[in-house]
Design a binder for this molecule. Structure first.
Ligand SMILES: Cc1ncc(COP(=O)(O)O)c(C=O)c1O
Length: 385
């Protein structure tokens, strides 16, 4: 039998999607799993979002629609981007597809794409699927090392991916560093992909700074945004790309052959979400900030820089590992011994760390964290002997 394509053999399954499957299996076996492993807010979408989706379904919004998305939704999303109209927006199946499509449209086989690491699990694999090569550049205390990024640029570099607030570290990059990256992209004629899936979650009185805030790079910038996290709509699969018209037209051409439109009635739900009362964001952000603080307090024995955004902490667990042990092995032990799911750092290029998602219900969060603290206490004792 002939082999499957090199392209797919070269790509691994998303570690977090795999973990989700393992958790479902354990739950089916009756295990009471506290899931701090998957990056998903536990809350339901707002009632008006659910009813707009149901009404769309009831009035027969069940047909193919325009491949690039409902015009009303494209208009509504464009309002967030000064000077942009519907033709600058592509509605995608989650921001995951916006990122995938952007890379397919930008990259040729000889190209390289720079990503600061640790980074979200799908970037490297999506770059490989576009035939290009990921170039990972270390961060310093989870912040951008702009000098190292510039050093990594060569004649093959096509684009830089920036993700702020960051998954898995929760780091928020300050405007001055983003401006340096913007200047660098312009100087070296590079595209910029800005993954802003967590834009709504910035704490400690800071504000989200987008690469879109720098007009001199808007001609080379693709912003990937999502309804998943901001509006608790992960299962709706609605995201978008915002970019210059010619890039969006190229991305829409690919989408027309790939999936066609995003689920029509889900897009009506997303349209309703754009009309959400902004005070709801504030309340929710405050709740998440409190949960972040609870997490850092219960796990105070683990070295961890305070994340200013997203809904993850990414502590360094190196000193709790047995000789030669990976965080993958540690996460498996935690899952089987105390029924708590966490994501291993290796999945994100962050060896020696684990990622904990705190966007879960508070009682569950505290229960999971206390079980984790117990494991680390026992390990500390055992390793000191
Ligand atoms: C950094 C980052 N980008 C993109 C995504 C994709 O999200 P979605 O496809 O649900 O919009 C995720 C999901 O976890 C993420 O963490």
């Amino acid at each position: 039998m002939k082999q499957l394509s090199r392209r797919i053999r070269n790509v691994s399954t998303s570690r977090t999607v795999q973990l989700s499957g393992a958790i479902d299996d354990l739950r089916r076996q009756g295990k009471d799993i506290v899931n701090l492993g998957i990056g998903e807010p536990y809350e339901a979408p707002l009632p008006h979002v659910v009813s707009a989706t149901i009404h769309a379904l009831q009035r027969g919004e069940i047909r193919y629609g325009p491949a690039a998305g409902l015009p009303e939704l494209r208009h509504a999303v464009a309002r967030q981007f000064e000077g942009y109209g519907a033709h600058n927006i592509l509605i995608t199946n989650g921001s995951k597809q916006a990122l995938y499509t952007a890379l397919q449209v930008l990259c040729d086989p000889e190209d390289q794409v720079i990503i600061p690491k640790p980074c979200w699990v799908s970037f490297c694999e999506q770059i490989k699927l576009a035939g290009a090569a990921p170039v990972l550049v270390n961060t310093v205390a989870h912040q951008l090392d702009c000098h190292a990024i510039e050093e990594a640029v060569n004649e093959r570099t096509k684009a830089i991916i920036i993700n702020s607030p960051n998954n898995p570290t929760g780091a928020v990059y300050p405007g001055k560093d983003l401006k340096t990256i913007a200047d660098l992209a312009r100087a070296h004629d590079l595209y910029l992909i800005s993954d802003e899936a967590y834009e709504a979650f910035v704490y400690d009185g800071l504000t989200h700074c987008s690469l879109f805030d720098f007009p001199h790079v808007r001609d080379r910038l693709i912003v990937a945004g999502s309804f998943s996290k901001t509006h608790c709509m992960t299962g709706f699969r609605v995201g978008y790309a915002a970019a210059p018209g010619e890039i969006i037209t190229a991305m829409a051409r690919l989408q027309s052959h790939l999936t066609g439109n995003v689920c029509t009635f889900a897009q009506y739900g997303a349209l309703a979400a754009t009309k959400r009362d902004p005070s709801h964001f504030d309340r929710w952000r405050n709740t998440l900030e409190k949960k972040r603080d609870i997490t850092l307090e219960i796990l105070k024995d683990l070295p961890c820089s305070t994340p200013n955004g997203a809904f993850y902490v990414f502590p360094d667990v190196t000193r709790f590992l047995k000789k030669g042990e990976s965080t993958e092995a540690l996460a498996t032990e935690i899952l089987t011994r105390v029924n708590v799911a966490v994501a291993p750092g290796e999945a994100f290029g962050g060896d020696g760390h684990i990622r904990i998602c705190y966007a879960v219900e508070e009682e569950q969060l505290i229960c999971g964290l206390e079980r984790l603290a117990q494991v680390f206490n026992q390990r500390k004792g055992a390793l000191q002997k």
